[in-house]
Design a protein around this ligand. Sequence first.
Ligand code: NAD
Length: 268
Amino acid sequence: MFADLNEKVALITGGGQGLGLGIVLKMAEQGADIAIADLSDENLRQAADQVEGMGRKVYTVKMDVTDKGSVTAGVNDLTSQAGQIDILVNNAGVAGAPGSTGTSFRDVDWDFTWKVNVKGLVDVTEAVLPQMRQRKAGKIINISSVAAKAAKYITAYYATTKMSVVAYTQALAREFAAENINVNAIAPGRIWTQFHQDWMKEREALGDEAVVGKEKYDVFMASLKEVIPMGRPQEPSDIGSLAVFLASEESRNITGQTIQCDGGQVMV
Ligand SMILES: NC(=O)c1ccc[n+]([C@@H]2O[C@H](COP(=O)([O-])OP(=O)(O)OC[C@H]3O[C@@H](n4cnc5c(N)ncnc54)[C@H](O)[C@@H]3O)[C@@H](O)[C@H]2O)c1
């Protein structure tokens, strides 16, 4: 065990699949009990089964982070089930509105992406913060993206939301440092989750020549090798391991940072 999360409860939004599930499983492996908030009942059930199989307690709630009523009710429900929330991982995020065209000019993409990636993240944080402030202890980890600092490889609206997550992380870290609440962000590189698979489907539907008729994972790997020095994708477990470190007392003097986990794509 490289970081002790025993007797801690970690809430992971969007923890039902992909990167969020990677974080759930790593935290459970290190001894945390797990609270998962996700849009999808099916994802919640499957993730909960895996955590239970590891011998940890698991609490789930169906939550839409874009609906403030759902956020407040969901956080209250999880807190009363679990007793308290010690660690919050704001992971739920989208690449654009459903049917996104991959261009940067549709209002619907700007609005929807902002509502999930920024406003949703802020609302969940504000719902969890009071109990952390009361206990003068808490760990908040926000999932940004390599897109924040390597914006040219993705749409403007997505990059803007993920840079906003960096700014929010810094502001919050400064505001609550004296109350012993650590706030950090992780900027993952490229992970072959549903997020990327849906993006490929949308590009294919739009007739993008780089994608049509090609094996989608091969396209993903080829484009990744052009920009990631280590030449390999990241895995949900890579992000989970970093989140565990940031949630543990091993990182107690780290706050306000955004840490890249991207195979060397961004070096600052
Ligand atoms: N996959 C990548 O390469 C990559 C890279 C950098 C950053 N990220 C970020 O990582 C996070 C997770 O991405 P992923 O690849 O695992 O995506 P994913 O689409 O595979 O999973 C996202 C999860 O979030 C949930 N979710 C979506 N909207 C929600 C909402 N409104 N309320 C509650 N839950 C909601 C979904 O049900 C799903 O379980 C996102 O914030 C994304 O921007 C992903």
